[in-house]
Ligand binder design. Sequence first.
Ligand code: ZN
Length: 220
Amino acid sequence: MSYQHSLVDGSALSLPVGKVVCIGRNYAEHAKELNNEVPTEPLLFIKPASALVAMDEPVLVPRDRGQVHFETELAILIGDRMTQVDEQAAQHGIAGIGLALDLTLRDLQSELKAKGHPWERAKAFDGSCPLSPFLTPASVGDLNDVQIRLTVDGEVRQEGNSSQMLTPVLKLISHISHWFTLEPGDVVLTGTPAGVGELKAGNKLSVEIVDLLRIDTEAK
Ligand code: ZN
């Protein structure tokens, strides 16, 4: 059951599966809920390709590793190689728009942060990035007005709009490309709105780009 990128119509994309570049604290309300400072420049981290799994498969909750949190994020699939690009080139290089869960071992992350250690184990473990199939950029339209939502067991837990991002999508891709070359098949996660919480086996999840894409899945 190895992960492959695909479009929502079921067609496979001829892109390899690459790294995932993520931003922390890109919505001010989320930074506040975890008592984090709102950063003055993007806070980046990376998940390896081995973190990727299909979101419509059951989401496996790691056992005996403390609290596992869901973070619902807009995901951008990269189609072109990008090194030090501007926002216009960033826009042309997008192959798809989808949804991700940035699963986080929150207790372990807090422990690592307190020690001043990297977060890697808390964020980049196998299966830590369930991903949806992708919409074409044309079908999404304005990247600065995309509404995402997570419903858990019938209750809306997270909702946010890309207009609330501290670093908007194209600026973020451009910024990332000045540090890490983005390759075709890489994915950029754009941060989570407020409302993160514990994911438990048995939870029924509905993850949405409102009016455009909905993935129903469950935690196991
Ligand atoms: Zn996140």
